[in-house]
Design a protein around this ligand. Structure first.
Ligand code: ADP
Ligand code: MG
Length: 245
């Protein structure tokens, strides 16, 4: 396996608040990497910095051998990173199909690998994964249920044929049966070859689909390791997994 993303000594600040205090980790190409941790640990700050929404205070973010830290959101998206943000952020006044179209904005042919999927192929791909979105393609996005909106947010992120898909709390606020479906689809996306970087509160379910995980605590990595080992790690069980096993 080769490294697709390397984060080195990343520091992120929001004004006077140091949200991320010098973290380093690697994501292997084709793997599922999880970032776990309590509220306010710096998980979203890390993701938002990787995708260019926030400029890092210090450190390096290397994607496919290129330092992308501090580059524009558009340039980072074009390099093959796509984020489904916390809280979904769908465009409520647009239809399902229009929301998907927005996701293709960084799908610039000349920047894609030869043989990359077209927008219509991607649309078929996400409709096959989430048939309910196809049924509702002409509906305004604000008429969708929470689960459907989450499916739309993930689908929109997939519309640009990303090499790495970033998911920030995809199961937040959803009923268990919907969560199960979302995790099943994340597994499918991974099986199709897309690298996944996921932040989740739902630690157990996430460790079951992840290859590797880091746990953030107040902006620092407190625990890291293979997901299959962390499922049995007493520190994690005490802090996040409880007796849900
Ligand atoms: N836009 C912001 N302005 C100021 N502080 C922020 C902002 N977003 C997050 N923070 C602070 O940064 C820290 C990390 O937040 P965040 O990365 O969102 O945590 P989480 O792990 O829950 O995703 C927290 O202390 C939070 O209050
Ligand atoms: Mg967050």
């Amino acid at each position: 396996m080769s490294t697709i993303l390397e984060v080195k000594n990343l520091v992120v600040e929001y004004g006077a608040i140091r949200a991320v205090k010098g973290i380093s980790f690697k994501v292997e190409k084709g793997s599922v990497m999880a970032i776990l941790g309590a509220n306010g640990a710096g998980k979203s700050a890390t993701l938002r910095t990787i995708s260019g929404i926030v400029i890092p205070r210090d450190g390096e973010i290397v994607f496919e051998g290129r330092n992308i830290s501090g580059k524009s959101i558009y340039s980072i998206a074009k390099s093959g990173i796509s984020q489904s943000p916390e809280g979904r952020q769908i465009l409520s006044g647009l239809t399902v199909e229009e929301n998907l179209k927005v996701g293709t904005y960084s799908l610039v042919k000349k920047y894609r690998d030869a043989g990359a999927k077209t927008a219509s192929e991607n649309q078929e791909y996400v409709y096959a994964m989430f048939p309910v979105l196809k049924e509702r393609r002409k509906q305004q996005a604000n008429t969708l249920s929470g689960g459907e909106q989450q499916m739309l947010a993930i689908s929109r992120a997939l519309m640009s044929s990303p090499k790495m898909l970033i998911l920030d709390e995809p199961s937040l606020g959803l009923a268990p049966i919907i969560v199960k479906n979302i995790f099943k689809c994340i597994k499918e996306i991974s099986a199709a070859g897309t690298t996944i970087l996921i932040v989740e509160q739902n630690a157990l379910q996430t460790l079951k689909i992840a290859d590797y995980a880091i746990v953030l605590e107040l902006g620092r990595i407190s625990i890291e390791g293979k997901a299959e080992d962390l499922i049995h790690d007493q520190r994690l069980i005490d802090a996040y997994l409880g007796n849900k096993k």
